[in-house]
Design a protein. Structure first.
Length: 349
């Protein structure tokens, strides 16, 4: 498969930071080339590829596919469970990994069929992030402890924006509170989807009530502040991401004796299963699709991807996102190929 383009976001950096997590094992998806130094790893990213050669019935050369790819010009996949819409990679080194990351959708599938080049990138980036945001909001709404508020960190990030939008669009019985930096305060307030917006150092000013926290920032200082303020009123704490990349090397939060629930990793697929047990699978799919369409209608007109080509420009984007200097309004679409070679026309077979 020719890896044509990758949607490089803060979520991509989370995959790198959590690459060795025993429950996630992101680095196991694509082992480094033979002979590479032992300390190197291949971090994955959502993207689009073009099949340039195939021995698999049902997966033709020239097919355009969307899914999890390495930062590499090409990759070899081992398709199984091939349908008209999708297949999954059965490479032995990916056995036992989270199944959703093994799935690849054909461009002719309902999710992508008929989309333009830019629309494809919107679906690949904002669409994937919105599904996580939707699950963040609804998993809080159906939690057995019945929180009255949802606190979302890194409120300016697209994942968090999606969660806040879903909560408001579907009128979930939650006050939606966004925590953000001083630099993003006005941007987050202007979105109109948060009931309360405050800076990280203002946590102690929030009303005490039963809360669910979906933590996209991954900052231990913020986590500790939330536990100190809400104590036993903190009934759900989902560790979603690590958008505060500078906090990655800091000591873990000191939560002993502060009360509240135990922090748990947030996995969108697990959250979807939990939601479906309450709503039913058909209703869950219906609600998610309705919210996704409404979110796309709101966000797509302002979507302006910034395209970068070649390994040097892609590496610079990765480093810029890691530095925290990228606005949440910018979406980088990168390719390790030069621009004139990045999206090949392959004779279909």
């Amino acid at each position: 498969v020719h890896v044509a383009k990758l949607a490089v976001t803060a979520n991509t950096l989370t995959y790198a930071l959590a690459g060795k997590d025993p429950g996630l094992r992101y680095f196991q998806h694509f082992p480094p080339p033979a002979g590479a130094p032992g300390e190197l790893a291949m971090s994955p990213c959502w993207g689009t590829g073009v099949v340039i050669a195939s021995k698999c019935p049902g997966v033709r050369a020239g097919a355009r596919i969307h899914g999890f790819f390495p930062f590499s010009p090409t990759v070899v996949l081992s398709p199984e469970k091939v349908t008209a819409a999708s297949f999954r990679d059965a490479a032995p080194h990916r056995a036992g990994l989270i199944s959703a990351y093994l799935a690849y959708s054909f461009h002719d599938s309902p999710q992508f069929k008929g989309l333009s080049y830019d629309d494809e990138d919107f679906q690949m980036s904002a669409g994937a992030l919105f599904s996580t945001g939707w699950a963040m909001a609804h998993s809080a709404a159906v939690h057995e402890a019945k929180p009255t508020a949802l606190v979302i960190t890194s409120a300016s990030s697209r994942t968090s924006q999606g969660a806040a939008f879903a909560a408001k669009f579907q009128k979930l019985p939650l006050q939606v509170i966004g925590l953000t930096s001083a630099a993003n305060l006005e941007l987050v307030r202007s979105l109109g989807t948060y009931d309360v917006v405050c800076q990280y150092d203002e946590v102690r000013t929030l009303q005490r009530q039963r809360v669910a926290v979906q933590d996209v920032a991954g900052n231990p200082e913020v986590q500790e502040a939330l536990y100190r303020h809400f104590g036993d009123d903190l009934v759900l704490y989902g560790m979603v991401g690590m958008s505060h990349l500078g906090a990655a090397g800091r000591p873990p939060a000191k939560l002993r004796g502060l009360g509240g629930c135990r922090p748990q990793p947030f996995l969108v697929f697990t959250a979807m299963d939990t939601i479906a047990k309450v709503y039913g699978r058909r209703e869950t799919a219906k609600l998610a699709a309705q919210a996704n369409l409404a979110y796309a209608a709101k966000m797509r007109p302002s979507f302006r991807p910034v395209r970068k080509y070649g390994p040097d420009e892609t590496k610079a984007v990765f480093e810029e996102i890691a530095s925290g200097r990228v606005s949440s309004e910018v979406t980088y679409i990168c390719s390790l190929w030069p621009q004139h070679l990045h999206d090949p026309a392959v004779a279909q077979s």
